[in-house]
Design a protein around this ligand. Structure first.
Ligand SMILES: NC(=O)c1ccc[n+]([C@@H]2O[C@H](COP(=O)([O-])OP(=O)(O)OC[C@H]3O[C@@H](n4cnc5c(N)ncnc54)[C@H](OP(=O)(O)O)[C@@H]3O)[C@@H](O)[C@H]2O)c1
Length: 337
């Protein structure tokens, strides 16, 4: 494979609005002995990219300063210690940054095969949210078959991954949405019910849908006042997982409710974690979720694609909250898949 020395990539020229994203020529990233170099066909856009662009979520030490946490494409080169992948393999990967580019270097353990039946843009939309939810909800909060999960932001990336992973593992997902259209979308992904927070009381409806018991697990991206609502929606022994604080990082909580219901509250951010941890999550996805992703009737997230050079427009769409599912950037290589 002919590998150039320069590529087109999107950089954050200075922290700020979407116009801070500019396509320019950049040197290819260097491929370490434990890395693979991926020729990127498509790169998913995620909430953390918006935070990074605004200057609120700096890359961890050693990570690429370019945005982009997930990609799909093909292996262009492998580091000298890598035996699991070969040039030409079709893959999707969780990057440590630098996904908005024509080439990205990724630790080999963070790479997964593209699921059979998934278009490259669909595969690019999986890793960031599926790694996040697999770790926080499945590995840490112990989601198992038969549980009921409340997914906030159900029409977005994290909420959609929560619904799909819960459904694959035999749990029941209830999606929290803001419109009938978003409710329909959450149901196509597998939600057994939805709650429209613009017209319904989330906790009351969650109790009603669980015959008064409450939900067993909650994935929350909202935070702020939602923290108290979550406690009211919880069953005894439930676990609330905080993965973002879009409506506020501070909350007033009833500690008495946490004690009386024997609740667990946890939180996590994926990006700063080690490559070894990310490789453990990848292995778990490969074992427990990938076979289900390859079933012909599996629902796919809705995708809106933009060319790489239009990354600013992609961020604007995410910020408008009008999107369903995922927003994806495609490179010049996207048409070859
Ligand atoms: N902790 C981690 O490791 C991790 C990993 C990935 C993402 N995240 C975070 O998770 C959040 C969601 O990411 P995403 O990629 O799923 O984004 P997304 O696709 O834009 O989804 C966000 C969802 O949240 C809902 N929402 C509710 N309140 C909101 C508010 N105040 N502002 C914006 N949206 C709101 C939106 O729907 P409605 O407008 O219909 O309510 C939308 O469905 C982001 O903050 C991101 O940084 C954290």
């Amino acid at each position: 494979m002919n590998i150039p020395s320069q590529m087109t990539a999107v950089a954050i020229v200075q922290p700020g609005g979407p116009q801070a994203l500019q396509a320019r020529s950049e040197p290819l990233p260097s491929t370490g002995p434990d890395d693979v170099l991926i020729r990127v066909a498509a790169a998913g856009v995620n909430g953390p990219d918006l935070a990074q662009r605004r200057g609120h979520y700096d890359p961890p030490p050693g990570a690429s300063p370019l945005p982009g946490l997930e990609i799909a494409g093909e292996i262009a080169a492998v580091g000298k210690n890598v035996t699991a992948w070969r040039v030409g393999d079709r893959v999707m990967a969780l990057t440590n940054g630098g996904g908005y580019a024509e080439y990205a270097a990724v630790p080999a353990g963070q790479v997964l095969p593209t699921p059979d039946g998934w278009a490259v843009a669909e595969a690019a939309a999986l890793p960031e949210t599926w790694f996040t939810i697999t770790q926080s909800l499945v590995m840490r909060a112990g989601l198992t078959s038969g549980m009921t999960v409340l997914a906030h932001g159900a029409s977005g990336g994290i909420g959609g991954a929560t619904i799909q992973i819960a459904t694959i593992l035999g749990a029941r997902a209830i999606g929290v949405v803001s419109s009938p259209q978003k409710a329909r979308y959450a149901r196509t992904l597998g939600a057994i019910a939805t709650i429209d927070y613009t017209s319904e009381d989330i906790a009351a409806r969650a109790l009603e849908l669980t015959e008064g018991r409450g939900v067993d697990r909650i994935i929350d991206v909202v935070g702020g006042p939602m923290a108290e609502v979550n406690l009211a929606a919880c069953a005894r022994g439930a676990h609330v997982v905080q993965v973002s604080t879009l409506d506020g990082a501070k909350a007033t909580l009833s500690l008495r409710t946490i004690m009386a219901k024997q609740l667990t509250l946890s939180g996590s951010t994926l990006r700063p974690q080690s490559s070894a941890t990310k490789a453990e999550i990848a292995a778990r996805i490969r074992r427990d979720l990938l076979p289900a992703l390859e079933q012909p009737n599996i629902p796919k997230p809705a995708i809106t694609c933009f060319p790489l050079a239009d990354a600013a427009a992609a961020h604007q769409l995410m910020e408008s909250r009008a999107h369903l599912g995922k927003v994806v950037l495609t490179t010049q290589f996207g048409t070859q898949f």
